[in-house]
Design a binder for this molecule. Structure first.
Ligand code: CP3
Length: 332
Protein backbone atom coordinates (compact mmCIF):
# COMPACT_ATOMS: atom_id res chain seq x y z
CA UNK A 1 0.00 0.00 0.00
CA UNK A 2 1.33 3.44 -0.76
CA UNK A 3 2.21 4.99 2.67
CA UNK A 4 1.50 1.69 4.35
CA UNK A 5 3.32 2.97 7.43
CA UNK A 6 1.98 6.27 8.68
CA UNK A 7 -0.40 8.42 10.56
CA UNK A 8 -3.46 6.14 10.22
CA UNK A 9 -1.69 3.62 12.52
CA UNK A 10 -1.78 4.42 16.27
CA UNK A 11 1.45 2.46 16.82
CA UNK A 12 3.14 4.75 14.21
CA UNK A 13 1.90 7.84 16.06
CA UNK A 14 3.41 6.47 19.27
CA UNK A 15 6.86 5.92 17.74
CA UNK A 16 6.79 9.25 15.92
CA UNK A 17 6.07 10.96 19.26
CA UNK A 18 9.07 9.13 20.74
CA UNK A 19 11.29 10.31 17.86
CA UNK A 20 10.09 13.93 18.26
CA UNK A 21 9.25 14.69 14.65
CA UNK A 22 8.97 13.07 11.23
CA UNK A 23 12.52 13.78 9.99
CA UNK A 24 14.08 12.60 13.27
CA UNK A 25 12.10 9.38 12.85
CA UNK A 26 13.46 8.94 9.28
CA UNK A 27 17.00 9.51 10.61
CA UNK A 28 16.77 7.09 13.52
CA UNK A 29 17.47 3.60 12.10
CA UNK A 30 16.17 1.70 15.16
CA UNK A 31 12.83 3.53 15.15
CA UNK A 32 12.55 3.68 11.33
CA UNK A 33 12.98 -0.11 11.36
CA UNK A 34 10.11 -0.53 13.84
CA UNK A 35 7.83 1.68 11.76
CA UNK A 36 8.73 -0.18 8.53
CA UNK A 37 7.76 -3.48 10.17
CA UNK A 38 4.51 -2.34 11.84
CA UNK A 39 2.20 -2.79 8.82
CA UNK A 40 3.73 -6.20 8.03
CA UNK A 41 2.77 -7.46 11.47
CA UNK A 42 -0.55 -5.63 11.62
CA UNK A 43 -1.94 -6.05 8.07
CA UNK A 44 -0.14 -9.05 6.58
CA UNK A 45 1.00 -7.28 3.39
CA UNK A 46 3.32 -9.11 0.98
CA UNK A 47 6.20 -6.61 1.02
CA UNK A 48 7.79 -4.07 3.33
CA UNK A 49 8.52 -0.55 2.09
CA UNK A 50 11.44 1.28 3.62
CA UNK A 51 10.31 4.04 5.96
CA UNK A 52 11.91 7.27 4.79
CA UNK A 53 10.97 10.16 2.50
CA UNK A 54 11.84 11.21 -1.04
CA UNK A 55 13.06 14.60 0.24
CA UNK A 56 16.03 13.27 2.24
CA UNK A 57 18.02 13.34 -1.03
CA UNK A 58 17.78 17.13 -1.58
CA UNK A 59 18.66 17.49 2.10
CA UNK A 60 21.76 15.32 1.56
CA UNK A 61 22.63 17.56 -1.42
CA UNK A 62 22.91 20.45 1.02
CA UNK A 63 19.41 21.94 1.29
CA UNK A 64 17.89 22.64 4.66
CA UNK A 65 14.52 20.85 5.12
CA UNK A 66 11.78 20.73 7.71
CA UNK A 67 8.31 19.19 7.94
CA UNK A 68 5.56 21.33 9.41
CA UNK A 69 2.45 19.77 10.91
CA UNK A 70 -0.45 20.40 8.55
CA UNK A 71 1.76 22.05 5.89
CA UNK A 72 4.06 19.24 4.88
CA UNK A 73 7.66 19.66 3.69
CA UNK A 74 9.37 23.08 3.58
CA UNK A 75 12.73 24.02 2.04
CA UNK A 76 13.32 27.49 3.57
CA UNK A 77 15.94 28.33 0.89
CA UNK A 78 14.41 27.17 -2.40
CA UNK A 79 16.51 27.07 -5.58
CA UNK A 80 15.55 30.05 -7.70
CA UNK A 81 18.79 30.86 -9.57
CA UNK A 82 22.05 29.43 -10.90
CA UNK A 83 24.01 30.50 -7.80
CA UNK A 84 21.74 28.48 -5.50
CA UNK A 85 21.97 25.42 -7.76
CA UNK A 86 25.76 25.73 -7.96
CA UNK A 87 25.95 25.24 -4.18
CA UNK A 88 24.43 21.74 -4.33
CA UNK A 89 26.78 18.85 -3.70
CA UNK A 90 26.75 15.25 -4.87
CA UNK A 91 25.94 13.18 -1.77
CA UNK A 92 27.88 10.12 -0.67
CA UNK A 93 24.98 7.81 0.24
CA UNK A 94 27.11 5.78 2.64
CA UNK A 95 27.90 8.82 4.76
CA UNK A 96 25.31 11.54 4.02
CA UNK A 97 22.44 9.01 3.92
CA UNK A 98 24.02 6.32 6.09
CA UNK A 99 20.90 6.21 8.29
CA UNK A 100 18.87 4.94 5.28
CA UNK A 101 21.38 2.18 4.53
CA UNK A 102 21.53 1.28 8.21
CA UNK A 103 17.70 1.01 8.28
CA UNK A 104 17.72 -1.26 5.21
CA UNK A 105 20.26 -3.61 6.84
CA UNK A 106 18.27 -3.73 10.08
CA UNK A 107 14.92 -4.30 8.34
CA UNK A 108 16.37 -7.09 6.20
CA UNK A 109 17.75 -8.74 9.29
CA UNK A 110 14.39 -8.56 11.10
CA UNK A 111 12.38 -9.75 8.07
CA UNK A 112 14.71 -12.76 7.71
CA UNK A 113 13.41 -13.49 4.22
CA UNK A 114 9.69 -13.51 5.16
CA UNK A 115 8.72 -10.73 2.71
CA UNK A 116 10.88 -8.61 0.38
CA UNK A 117 11.91 -5.01 1.12
CA UNK A 118 11.14 -2.22 -1.37
CA UNK A 119 13.48 0.78 -1.44
CA UNK A 120 12.50 4.01 -3.19
CA UNK A 121 13.29 7.53 -4.31
CA UNK A 122 11.54 10.50 -5.89
CA UNK A 123 11.80 11.06 -9.64
CA UNK A 124 14.24 13.76 -10.78
CA UNK A 125 11.44 16.08 -11.95
CA UNK A 126 9.38 15.67 -8.74
CA UNK A 127 12.41 16.38 -6.54
CA UNK A 128 13.47 19.36 -8.66
CA UNK A 129 9.91 20.73 -8.44
CA UNK A 130 10.03 20.66 -4.61
CA UNK A 131 13.57 22.08 -4.54
CA UNK A 132 12.61 25.05 -6.73
CA UNK A 133 9.20 25.64 -5.17
CA UNK A 134 10.31 25.22 -1.55
CA UNK A 135 7.10 23.39 -0.55
CA UNK A 136 4.17 21.50 -1.96
CA UNK A 137 2.00 23.60 -4.25
CA UNK A 138 -1.10 23.33 -6.39
CA UNK A 139 0.61 24.50 -9.58
CA UNK A 140 4.38 24.62 -8.82
CA UNK A 141 4.54 28.09 -10.37
CA UNK A 142 8.21 28.73 -9.58
CA UNK A 143 9.23 25.37 -11.03
CA UNK A 144 7.15 26.07 -14.15
CA UNK A 145 8.69 29.53 -14.47
CA UNK A 146 12.17 28.03 -14.52
CA UNK A 147 11.05 25.34 -16.97
CA UNK A 148 9.76 27.89 -19.50
CA UNK A 149 12.26 30.73 -18.99
CA UNK A 150 15.52 28.95 -17.99
CA UNK A 151 15.23 25.42 -19.41
CA UNK A 152 19.01 24.95 -19.46
CA UNK A 153 19.23 25.75 -15.77
CA UNK A 154 16.45 23.23 -15.02
CA UNK A 155 18.27 20.61 -17.12
CA UNK A 156 21.43 21.28 -15.13
CA UNK A 157 19.52 20.76 -11.86
CA UNK A 158 17.85 17.59 -13.18
CA UNK A 159 21.26 16.28 -14.19
CA UNK A 160 22.62 16.80 -10.64
CA UNK A 161 19.55 15.22 -9.06
CA UNK A 162 19.67 12.21 -11.41
CA UNK A 163 23.36 11.69 -10.58
CA UNK A 164 22.58 11.81 -6.85
CA UNK A 165 19.65 9.40 -7.21
CA UNK A 166 21.77 6.91 -9.16
CA UNK A 167 24.27 6.77 -6.30
CA UNK A 168 21.44 6.59 -3.78
CA UNK A 169 19.49 3.73 -5.41
CA UNK A 170 22.64 1.74 -6.12
CA UNK A 171 23.56 2.07 -2.45
CA UNK A 172 20.07 0.89 -1.45
CA UNK A 173 20.49 -2.23 -3.61
CA UNK A 174 23.95 -2.84 -2.15
CA UNK A 175 22.45 -2.52 1.36
CA UNK A 176 19.78 -5.11 0.52
CA UNK A 177 16.72 -3.50 -1.14
CA UNK A 178 14.99 -6.16 -3.28
CA UNK A 179 12.81 -3.87 -5.42
CA UNK A 180 12.94 -0.12 -6.09
CA UNK A 181 10.06 2.27 -6.56
CA UNK A 182 10.44 5.68 -8.22
CA UNK A 183 7.74 8.24 -7.41
CA UNK A 184 7.04 10.90 -10.05
CA UNK A 185 4.23 12.43 -8.04
CA UNK A 186 4.22 15.67 -10.04
CA UNK A 187 4.87 14.22 -13.51
CA UNK A 188 1.21 14.73 -14.36
CA UNK A 189 1.58 18.50 -13.95
CA UNK A 190 3.61 18.62 -17.15
CA UNK A 191 2.38 18.97 -20.73
CA UNK A 192 3.29 16.04 -22.96
CA UNK A 193 6.22 17.88 -24.61
CA UNK A 194 7.45 19.08 -21.21
CA UNK A 195 7.15 15.57 -19.73
CA UNK A 196 9.15 14.23 -22.67
CA UNK A 197 11.82 16.88 -22.21
CA UNK A 198 12.10 17.28 -18.42
CA UNK A 199 11.02 14.00 -16.85
CA UNK A 200 11.15 11.01 -19.20
CA UNK A 201 14.83 11.22 -20.27
CA UNK A 202 15.96 11.48 -16.66
CA UNK A 203 13.80 8.51 -15.62
CA UNK A 204 15.29 6.51 -18.48
CA UNK A 205 18.82 7.53 -17.54
CA UNK A 206 18.28 6.79 -13.84
CA UNK A 207 16.82 3.34 -14.46
CA UNK A 208 19.50 2.59 -17.07
CA UNK A 209 22.33 3.50 -14.67
CA UNK A 210 21.32 1.12 -11.90
CA UNK A 211 23.46 -1.89 -11.05
CA UNK A 212 20.27 -3.63 -10.16
CA UNK A 213 20.78 -7.22 -11.29
CA UNK A 214 17.32 -8.75 -11.06
CA UNK A 215 15.92 -6.07 -8.73
CA UNK A 216 12.65 -4.88 -10.33
CA UNK A 217 11.97 -1.16 -10.73
CA UNK A 218 8.42 0.11 -10.18
CA UNK A 219 7.74 3.46 -11.82
CA UNK A 220 4.78 5.50 -10.57
CA UNK A 221 3.90 8.68 -12.47
CA UNK A 222 0.83 10.29 -10.95
CA UNK A 223 -1.33 11.59 -13.78
CA UNK A 224 0.84 9.66 -16.26
CA UNK A 225 -1.91 7.50 -17.81
CA UNK A 226 -1.51 9.13 -21.22
CA UNK A 227 2.19 8.17 -21.41
CA UNK A 228 2.02 4.46 -20.54
CA UNK A 229 3.68 3.23 -23.74
CA UNK A 230 6.63 5.58 -23.21
CA UNK A 231 6.86 4.70 -19.52
CA UNK A 232 6.94 1.00 -20.44
CA UNK A 233 10.06 1.80 -22.49
CA UNK A 234 12.08 3.31 -19.64
CA UNK A 235 13.47 -0.01 -18.42
CA UNK A 236 11.02 -0.21 -15.50
CA UNK A 237 9.57 -3.68 -14.95
CA UNK A 238 6.39 -2.43 -13.32
CA UNK A 239 4.25 0.67 -13.85
CA UNK A 240 2.35 2.06 -10.85
CA UNK A 241 -1.03 3.49 -11.86
CA UNK A 242 -3.17 6.15 -10.23
CA UNK A 243 -6.92 5.47 -10.07
CA UNK A 244 -7.96 7.62 -13.02
CA UNK A 245 -7.29 4.96 -15.67
CA UNK A 246 -9.08 1.58 -15.72
CA UNK A 247 -6.35 -0.99 -15.10
CA UNK A 248 -7.76 -3.24 -17.86
CA UNK A 249 -7.35 -0.40 -20.38
CA UNK A 250 -3.76 0.11 -19.21
CA UNK A 251 -3.08 -3.61 -19.61
CA UNK A 252 -4.47 -3.58 -23.14
CA UNK A 253 -2.00 -0.80 -24.01
CA UNK A 254 1.20 -2.20 -22.50
CA UNK A 255 0.50 -5.92 -22.92
CA UNK A 256 3.06 -8.05 -21.15
CA UNK A 257 5.95 -5.60 -21.58
CA UNK A 258 5.57 -4.53 -17.94
CA UNK A 259 3.60 -5.59 -14.89
CA UNK A 260 1.04 -3.14 -13.47
CA UNK A 261 0.62 -1.98 -9.89
CA UNK A 262 -2.52 -0.34 -8.56
CA UNK A 263 -4.93 1.19 -8.68
CA UNK A 264 -7.69 1.68 -6.11
CA UNK A 265 -8.72 5.24 -5.29
CA UNK A 266 -7.38 5.78 -1.73
CA UNK A 267 -10.70 7.55 -1.05
CA UNK A 268 -12.42 4.15 -1.12
CA UNK A 269 -10.69 3.44 2.22
CA UNK A 270 -12.91 6.12 3.76
CA UNK A 271 -16.00 3.95 3.11
CA UNK A 272 -16.65 0.54 4.69
CA UNK A 273 -15.41 -3.06 4.29
CA UNK A 274 -18.27 -4.13 1.97
CA UNK A 275 -17.65 -1.24 -0.43
CA UNK A 276 -13.90 -1.83 -0.29
CA UNK A 277 -14.41 -5.49 -1.16
CA UNK A 278 -16.56 -4.54 -4.17
CA UNK A 279 -13.96 -2.05 -5.42
CA UNK A 280 -11.16 -4.61 -5.03
CA UNK A 281 -13.25 -7.12 -7.02
CA UNK A 282 -13.85 -4.52 -9.76
CA UNK A 283 -10.11 -3.88 -10.13
CA UNK A 284 -9.35 -7.61 -10.28
CA UNK A 285 -12.07 -8.06 -12.92
CA UNK A 286 -10.81 -5.08 -14.90
CA UNK A 287 -7.24 -6.48 -14.97
CA UNK A 288 -8.59 -9.95 -15.75
CA UNK A 289 -6.98 -13.36 -15.42
CA UNK A 290 -3.23 -13.98 -15.42
CA UNK A 291 -0.14 -12.76 -13.66
CA UNK A 292 1.49 -9.34 -13.77
CA UNK A 293 -0.76 -7.40 -11.38
CA UNK A 294 0.36 -6.04 -8.00
CA UNK A 295 -2.68 -4.80 -6.08
CA UNK A 296 -2.13 -1.37 -4.57
CA UNK A 297 -3.71 2.02 -3.99
CA UNK A 298 -3.49 4.61 -6.75
CA UNK A 299 -1.85 7.07 -4.33
CA UNK A 300 -1.04 7.43 -0.63
CA UNK A 301 -3.37 6.35 2.16
CA UNK A 302 -4.79 9.36 4.03
CA UNK A 303 -4.34 9.86 7.80
CA UNK A 304 -8.04 9.50 8.77
CA UNK A 305 -8.50 6.02 7.25
CA UNK A 306 -9.76 3.55 9.89
CA UNK A 307 -7.26 0.71 10.33
CA UNK A 308 -10.13 -1.78 9.86
CA UNK A 309 -10.65 -0.40 6.34
CA UNK A 310 -6.97 -0.70 5.44
CA UNK A 311 -7.18 -4.27 6.71
CA UNK A 312 -10.33 -4.91 4.64
CA UNK A 313 -8.41 -3.87 1.50
CA UNK A 314 -5.65 -6.40 2.18
CA UNK A 315 -8.04 -9.18 3.23
CA UNK A 316 -10.30 -8.68 0.19
CA UNK A 317 -7.27 -8.84 -2.11
CA UNK A 318 -6.04 -12.03 -0.48
CA UNK A 319 -9.49 -13.66 -0.62
CA UNK A 320 -10.51 -12.60 -4.12
CA UNK A 321 -7.32 -12.60 -6.17
CA UNK A 322 -6.66 -16.37 -6.20
CA UNK A 323 -9.38 -17.13 -8.75
CA UNK A 324 -7.67 -14.82 -11.26
CA UNK A 325 -4.57 -17.01 -11.38
CA UNK A 326 -3.94 -20.50 -12.67
CA UNK A 327 -2.64 -23.10 -10.25
CA UNK A 328 0.71 -23.02 -12.03
CA UNK A 329 1.03 -19.30 -11.40
CA UNK A 330 0.05 -19.62 -7.75
CA UNK A 331 2.61 -22.40 -7.28
CA UNK A 332 5.32 -20.15 -8.66
O1 CP3 B 1 4.78 4.02 2.27
C1 CP3 B 1 5.53 3.97 3.27
O2 CP3 B 1 5.23 3.40 4.32
C2 CP3 B 1 6.94 4.49 3.09
C3 CP3 B 1 7.25 5.79 3.46
C4 CP3 B 1 7.04 7.00 2.54
C5 CP3 B 1 6.80 8.27 3.07
N1 CP3 B 1 6.86 9.18 2.08
C6 CP3 B 1 6.57 8.56 4.49
C7 CP3 B 1 5.86 9.79 4.86
C8 CP3 B 1 7.17 7.14 1.17
C9 CP3 B 1 7.36 6.07 0.11
C10 CP3 B 1 7.06 8.54 0.88
C11 CP3 B 1 7.21 9.12 -0.46
C12 CP3 B 1 6.89 10.54 -0.67
N2 CP3 B 1 7.16 11.61 0.15
C13 CP3 B 1 6.32 11.05 -1.85
C14 CP3 B 1 5.96 10.23 -3.07
C15 CP3 B 1 4.69 9.49 -2.91
C16 CP3 B 1 3.46 10.39 -2.89
O3 CP3 B 1 2.82 10.43 -1.86
O4 CP3 B 1 3.20 11.00 -3.92
C17 CP3 B 1 6.18 12.44 -1.69
C18 CP3 B 1 5.58 13.41 -2.68
C19 CP3 B 1 6.74 12.78 -0.42
C20 CP3 B 1 6.88 14.15 0.16
C21 CP3 B 1 6.08 14.28 1.39
N3 CP3 B 1 6.37 13.64 2.57
C22 CP3 B 1 4.92 15.06 1.59
C23 CP3 B 1 4.25 15.91 0.54
C24 CP3 B 1 4.54 14.86 2.92
C25 CP3 B 1 3.40 15.52 3.66
C26 CP3 B 1 2.17 14.72 3.38
C27 CP3 B 1 1.15 14.83 4.47
O5 CP3 B 1 0.21 14.04 4.34
O6 CP3 B 1 1.29 15.63 5.39
C28 CP3 B 1 5.42 13.94 3.50
C29 CP3 B 1 5.37 13.43 4.88
C30 CP3 B 1 5.32 11.95 5.06
N4 CP3 B 1 6.11 11.06 4.40
C31 CP3 B 1 4.51 11.25 6.00
C32 CP3 B 1 4.86 9.90 5.90
C33 CP3 B 1 4.37 8.75 6.74
C34 CP3 B 1 3.56 11.89 7.00
C35 CP3 B 1 4.46 12.41 8.09
C36 CP3 B 1 3.86 12.45 9.45
O7 CP3 B 1 3.17 13.42 9.73
O8 CP3 B 1 4.14 11.54 10.26
Amino acid sequence: MMRQAGRYLPEYQAIRAKAGDFLSLCQNPALATEVTLQPIDRLGVDAAILFSDILVVPQAMGMSLRFEEGRGPIFPDPLRDAAAIAKLTLPDPNTDLDYVMDTIVRVKDRLAGSVPLIGFCGAPWTLAAYMIEGSGSRDFGHAKTMLYTQPDLLHHLLDQVTESLTLYLNAQVAAGAQALQIFDTWGGLLSTPAFRAFSLPYLRRLIGSLNKGDVPVILFVKGGGQWLEELADTGAGVLGLDWTIPIGAARARVGDRVALQGNMDPGVLLSNPATIQREVQDILLSYGPGSGHVMNLGHGITPTVPVANAQAFITATQELSGTFHTHAEVAR
